[in-house]
Design a protein around this ligand. Structure first.
Ligand SMILES: Cc1cc2nc3c(=O)[nH]c(=O)nc-3n(C[C@H](O)[C@H](O)[C@H](O)COP(=O)(O)OP(=O)(O)OC[C@H]3O[C@@H](n4cnc5c(N)ncnc54)[C@H](O)[C@@H]3O)c2cc1C
Length: 509
C-alpha cells in the first residue's frame, strides 16, 4: 500500500516542482517549498530505481547535504569508503581512550538566537537544536610571532585592545579595517588583492600583519603564506568577529546529531562503500560503481571527496581537466597527548596558541618531513563547561611535507612519528608549561593517515588552491561540495553541503 509517507510516494514527491522565493544565499529553509501543482502519482519502486541524488562522502558536508535533500523527500544515498562517518572530523578509540581527529575549535561561535550568522543558520536549516550541542566558549587564544603575543577571544574588543596596546600607531587603521571587514558579507567575490596585500595596505606593520594572518592561515589556507581574499573574509569573521567554541563531549555529539537526523528523515547511509568510478555518458552522470562492482544509478552525484579526487573517478578525458598536479599540498602532522592530570591544573591557560618561532609567520610546506618552526597547540579543556576529566589533553599541529611521509618505509614512518611527537612537546613547552613528565598516552597522525582515511591527495586538509563556489564540474549532474567548493572548516563544510543541495538538487534548473 502506498501512503503519503511511504518511500515510493516520497520519491515521487521530489519530482514535483520546487519554487524558490529566497532573495538571500544560501536560501532559508522556508524559502524552498515543494510545490504540488496536482496529485502526484508515485512510480513503483524496485531495487534498481535510481536515487534522486547520490552523495560521495559522509563527512560534515555530505551529511548536511543528505539531511537537506531528505528533508525535501528526495531518495538520497550517502556513500563513504571509511567505516566511520565524519571524514576529516571524526574520532576513534585506542586502548579505551577516545581521540578526536579534527576538532580544535568549532569556529563561527555566536550565542543562541543570534540571527543570520552561519552557525545559527545552519543549525536551523538542519533542524539541530542549538542547545543539543552544549557549546562551551573558549577561555582565550593567542597568536605568537617571534617574541610578540596577540591575545584574542570571542569578544572582538580583546583583539582591538591588544592591537592598540602593542601597535598604538596602527590602532586607528586597525579599527577602520575591522569596520570595513565587518560590513562585508560572508560571500565576497573574487578580487585581485590577497589577504596579505589587503592587511599590509591597511596596517603597514609586517609583524602585526603576520600575527593576524597566522591563525587564519592555519585554520583554512590551501596556499602557502597567504590566502585569497574571499577565504580571508570568511576566516576573519569566523575566527575574530565570531569565535571559538567546543561542543561538550567533542565532535561526536555533532556527528551523531547529523547522522541520526539524516537517518530519521529516511536517508540511506552506506559505510565501507567506496566509489571506484563515476558512470557517465555523453557528458552526463548516470551513477556510480562501487569498489565491489555494484552499480548504483542517479542522474545527480554530489561529491565531497575533493575536485581532483572526484574527477579522477571519471573517464580519462574528464579526469585530465584537473589532474593530480592541481591537488593541494598544505598538510599537517597532528599529535594528541594525554596527561596524568588536567592540562589547566598544570598551568595551561590558553585555549589555542598559534605560534611561529622566527621573526615571520611561517605557513608553508617544509622541505623536511615536519617543521617545528610554527604550529598550533590546542587545549580542549580550556573551553567553558567541559566535562571534568581525570586526564589532560594537548593537541599539537605541525606543518608537514606529504611526499616525505608517503615515501617512508614502515620502520622509518614509526620512528618519524615518534620524533615529530617528542620534539613537538619540547616545542610546546616554549609556549606553556612543560608537560613531558605527565604523558600517559599519545597518538600521532600524518599526511599518510589523512590520505588513507579520507582519500584527500597529499593529505591536503584544505583541498586544492583553486576553489569554485559554483560547485560545478565538466560533467552535467556532477557537483562538488565541501572544502573544494570554497567553504572552510566544520561550519563551512555543513553550509557548503546545504548550499550545493539547494542550488543543484532543489532549485528549478
Ligand atoms: C587535524 C585537523 C584539524 C582540524 N581542525 C578543525 C577545527 O578545529 N575547526 C574546524 O572548523 N575545522 C577543522 N578542520 C577542518 C574540517 O575538519 C574540515 O574542513 C571538514 O571536516 C571538511 O568536511 P568535508 O565534508 O568537506 O570533507 P571530508 O571530511 O574530507 O569528507 C569527505 C569524505 O569523503 C569520503 N570519500 C572520499 N573519497 C571517497 C570515495 N571515492 N568513495 C567514498 N567515499 C569517499 C572520505 O572518506 C570522507 O569521509 C580540521 C581538519 C583536520 C584534518
Amino acid at each position: 500500500m502506498t501512503t503519503r509517507n511511504s518511500r515510493p510516494f516520497r520519491a515521487a514527491r521530489t519530482t514535483c516542482r520546487l519554487t524558490w522565493q529566497a532573495t538571500s544565499w544560501p536560501p532559508a529553509p522556508e524559502a524552498l517549498r515543494p510545490h504540488f501543482p496536482g496529485p502526484c502519482h508515485p512510480p513503483a519502486m524496485t531495487a534498481s530505481t535510481p536515487y534522486d541524488t547520490i552523495l560521495i562522502g559522509a563527512g560534515m558536508s555530505g551529511l548536511a547535504a543528505g539531511i537537506r535533500l531528505a528533508q525535501f523527500d528526495q531518495r538520497v544515498l550517502v556513500l563513504d569508503r571509511h567505516y566511520l562517518w565524519g571524514g576529516l572530523n571524526s574520532y576513534y578509540k585506542r586502548e579505551g581512550r577516545r581521540f578526536d581527529v579534527g576538532l580544535h575549535a568549532l569556529t563561527n561561535f555566536v550565542p543562541k538566537g543570534t540571527r543570520g550568522r552561519p552557525l545559527t543558520r545552519i543549525l536551523r536549516q538542519l533542524r539541530i537544536p542549538y542547545d543539543s550541542l552544549r557549546l562551551g566558549e573558549q577561555h582565550g587564544s593567542r597568536s605568537v610571532v617571534g617574541d610578540t603575543d596577540l591575545h584574542f577571544g570571542n569578544d572582538f574588543e580583546l583583539l582591538r585592545g591588544e592591537v592598540a596596546r602593542q601597535f598604538p600607531t596602527r590602532a586607528t587603521a586597525f579599527d577602520g579595517m575591522a569596520r570595513e571587514l565587518e560590513a562585508l558579507p560572508f560571500d565576497v567575490p573574487e578580487g585581485q588583492e590577497s589577504a596579505r596585500a589587503y592587511l599590509t595596505r591597511h596596517l603597514g606593520e609586517a609583524r602585526l600583519v603576520d600575527l593576524l594572518l597566522l591563525p587564519i592561515l592555519f585554520y583554512g589556507s590551501p596556499t602557502p603564506s597567504d590566502v585569497d581574499f574571499p577565504s580571508f573574509v570568511v576566516l576573519w569573521k569566523s575566527l575574530y568577529e565570531e569565535g571559538f567554541a567546543r561542543p561538550r563531549g567533542g565532535i561526536r555529539p555533532l556527528l551523531d546529531a547529523l547522522r541520526s537526523r539524516y537517518l530519521e528523515l529516511g536517508g540511506e547511509l552506506r559505510m565501507k562503500a567506496g566509489v571506484a568510478e563515476i558512470l557517465h555518458e555523453d557528458g552526463r552522470v548516470q551513477g556510480v560503481r562501487l569498489d565491489d562492482g555494484t552499480e548504483l544509478h542517479s542522474e545527480r552525484v554530489i561529491s565531497s571527496a575533493g575536485r581532483v579526487e572526484t574527477l579522477s573517478l571519471c573517464e580519462e578525458t574528464v579526469a585530465a581537466t584537473c589532474g593530480p598536479e592541481h591537488a593541494g599540498r598544505m598538510t599537517f602532522v597532528e599529535s594528541t597527548t594525554l596527561l596524568d592530570q588536567p592540562a589547566p591544573d598544570l598551568g595551561w591557560t590558553d585555549t589555542i596558541v598559534f605560534f611561529s618561532q622566527g621573526e615571520r609567520a611561517v605557513y608553508e610546506e617544509p622541505a623536511e618531513a615536519v617543521s617545528h618552526a610554527s604550529g598550533v597547540i590546542c587545549c580542549p579543556e580550556n573551553y567553558a563547561g567541559q566535562e571534568p576529566e581525570t586526564e589532560g589533553v594537548l593537541r599539537l599541529t605541525l606543518m608537514a611535507n606529504a611526499e616525505h611521509w608517503m615515501a617512508m618505509s614502515d620502520g622509518e614512518y614509526l620512528a618519524a612519528k615518534e620524533q615529530a611527537w617528542s620534539k613537538g612537546l619540547e616545542t610546546a613547552a616554549l609556549y606553556g608549561p612543560d608537560v613531558r613528565k605527565q604523558v600517559v598516552a599519545r597518538d600521532t597522525f600524518t599526511p599518510r593517515t589523512i590520505e588513507r582515511f579520507t582519500g584527500h591527495l597529499n593529505g591536503a586538509v584544505y583541498g586544492c588552491p583553486h576553489k569554485d563556489k559554483s560547485g560545478t564540474t565538466p560533467l552535467e549532474g556532477l557537483f562538488l561540495c565541501g572544502t573544494d567548493q570554497g567553504y572552510l572548516g566544520i561550519v563551512g563544510a555543513m553550509l557548503s553541503g546545504v548550499a550545493m543541495a539547494n542550488r543543484h538538487a532543489l532549485l528549478p534548473a
